[in-house]
Design a protein. Sequence first.
Length: 241
Amino acid sequence: MSRILVTGSADGLGRAAADALLSAGHDVVAHARNAERAASLDPLVGRGADVVVGDFTERDAVRRIAAELNDGQPLDAVIHNAGVYSGPAVMPVNIIAPYLITALLRGPRRLVYLSSGSHFDGHPALDGVDWRGGSAGSYADSKLFVTTLAAAVARLRPEVLSNAVDPGWVPTRMGGPDAPDDLELGHRTQEWLASSDEPEALTTGGYWYHGERQEPHPAVHDEAFQDRLVRTLAEETGTAL
């Protein structure tokens, strides 16, 4: 069985993924942004889950979480689930935090990044992006960036299985009660990529939707854009991939 970190697992898709992985016998590290939300994870803790707490809008909190995890039992996989749809936290939570965790964590051989169909509306341009969240950033841009990061990690770290998943527009707190997609299908693919030994799950560099590998925005596999993104994130955070 694997030891898997699921970020943003206090509710929604992250909670569903953590719950299902626990039920399958895996060791799970859940994550919440503050103590109040962490308290909602008590049922998972009662079933054996560990919990890390920290606000992904704060880079020091991300660094502290990574250090705490590096000091603990080695992780086999990370599901980068945490995300926000709007407001100034979009870039810090949706791309800076996943980048920093990827750069700082030692050991995980499987990385799964939550993308979105909205990434097709993103712009592969890095000039003028407010990485620190002083103003509202584009959700579509953030999801294009994190999908590109997944592809870049697959290329730059060939020993790591790195993939992006579009979970669909599902009825969560973020998606809203009228979202038309299937909540159950919305979390199964990332669990499978994080834990399965099936041949397809042992591939890398993919963009997945409900168990099927699909073609992402053309910029995702543009190696020059990947390199610019990784270089920009390294300069912005002072942390090299």
